[in-house]
Design a protein around this ligand. Structure first.
Ligand SMILES: [Zn+2]
Length: 424
């Protein structure tokens, strides 16, 4: 067993990020593989120049350990952001970390620790200032009352740590963008990034929180990649079982961000219909593929081959970001699709290959949903195995008896309709 080093971020601090390998075992002297300060881009507000033109952006050149890394990840478990019996609980990220510990993963999997939270200016590229400052002010009420609801009648809650922990989660994505982009300048096969963070982000709309989500972690990262690194064209693939309405709203009229969402037809929040394709200059750069209840591995293999891959090949992104929700798993309690561990392995492997073909391997995954701790953690672990080109453990984890036949006719109809609308 190759233990991971535990998360040791201190939000609000400005410690330099620290690189650590998961193969460092307790008792062995911990080797700091690399450290550099992830600079706050607030100093550069208003600038849209690429990093090479920005004297305030100082990235130390990563060493050979970074060059050899195959996966970089950050954890932000938001332990203080929790509500008793709520499915989006603070047990989620620790469960994933425990599953990773049990794998004999390659020493080329590195955790970045002590990263900075996102700056308010980074978040404000996606969310309104009134929302951000309002949430910050609400923390005193949350402190007094223990827990407050911040979405009107919606399910999204906050505790006294929610604001800072949400900034840290957004900061994890930004740090991984910086790291993957830096590595991609040094070689043709940069490591993949995975932000193991919560609260999730893809339902959070520009004006506020929604659906367990506080800040749109992936949307903030997409804007940061454009602003800070000059990566103009960003593709976001969202395979959470729910429509990523917040991400969609943020970029609905933006021709440079292609948002592609697969989700269960009719599920929360009810948006993401197949004929929602973007508007204005962004018409055609939003693609929704709602799948019928019961869709599973067959559906997603078809969706990848016939919709996701050709969309990406035509769009030609500079980076691919992935809203990786694991609540489409057959065992997840919140929805009715039938993905398996093997489906998530296939998606990870295929998206990795797509990024390699199209955008120099630059790709960062963001944890979104996934509420059965067992299927969540084993599916994320198999995602890591896919990134490493190690065999899937799906055959040991997936019980075919739990599945029923997929509605293939409805699946084919949905895919054909999306292909027709988008001329794929
Ligand atoms: Zn979801």
């Amino acid at each position: 067993m190759l233990p991971l080093l535990r998360h040791c971020c201190a939000f609000g601090s400005h410690h330099p990020s620290t690189w650590r390998s998961i193969f460092q075992t307790p008792g062995r002297e911990q080797k700091q593989i690399r450290s550099w300060s992830a600079q706050c881009s607030a100093n550069n507000e208003g600038s849209s120049v690429a990093e090479k033109d920005n004297p305030q952006k100082k990235l130390a050149l990563p060493d050979n350990s970074l060059l050899d890394a195959r996966i970089l990840y950050c954890t932000s478990p938001a332990l203080g952001h929790n509500k008793e019996a709520h499915p989006e609980s603070n047990k989620r990220v620790p469960a994933i970390v425990d599953a990773l510990e049990k794998l004999e993963l390659s020493p080329k999997v590195l955790e970045i620790q002590n990263f900075n939270p996102a700056c308010l200016d980074d978040v404000a590229r996606v969310h309104s200032r009134s929302y951000i400052t309002g949430l910050e002010k609400a923390m005193s009420k949350a402190s007094e009352e223990g827990l407050i609801f911040i979405e009107g009648t919606g399910p999204t809650y906050a505790t006294e740590t929610t604001f800072q922990e949400s900034l840290l989660s957004a900061g994890a994505g930004i740090t991984l963008i910086d790291s993957v982009v830096a590595a991609s300048k040094l070689g043709p096969n940069p490591p993949l990034g995975f932000a193991l963070v919560r609260p999730p982000g893809h339902h959070a709309v520009p004006q506020g929180p929604m659906g367990f989500c506080v800040f749109g972690n992936i949307a903030v990262a997409a804007r940061y990649a454009q602003h800070q690194h000059g990566l103009k064209r960003v593709m976001i693939i969202d395979f959470d079982v729910h429509h990523g309405n917040g991400t969609s709203d943020a970029f609905y009229d933006d021709p440079d961000i292609f948002f592609l969402s697969t989700h269960q037809f009719g599920s929360y929040p009810g948006t993401g219909k197949i004929d929602e394709v973007g508007q204005g200059d962004g018409e055609g750069t939003t693609l929704n593929l709602p799948l019928p209840g019961g869709a599973g591995d067959y559906a997603m293999r078809c969706a990848f081959d016939e919709v996701i891959a050709p969309s990406a090949q035509r769009f030609k992104p500079d980076i691919i970001l992935v809203s990786a929700g694991y609540d489409a798993h057959a065992l997840d309690p919140l929805a009715g699709l039938q993905f398996t561990t093997g489906t998530f392995y296939m998606l990870a492997s295929s998206i990795k290959q797509l990024a390699k073909e199209l955008c120099g391997g630059r790709c960062v995954f963001f944890l979104e949903g996934g509420y059965n701790l067992q299927s969540l953690s084993s599916s994320v672990a198999d995602t890591f195995r896919a990134f490493l080109d190690e065999p899937s453990l799906a055959a040991q984890l997936d019980d075919p008896a739990m599945l029923f036949e997929e509605p293939t006719r409805k699946i084919k109809e949905a895919i054909e309709k999306a292909k027709g609308i988008h001329s794929l």
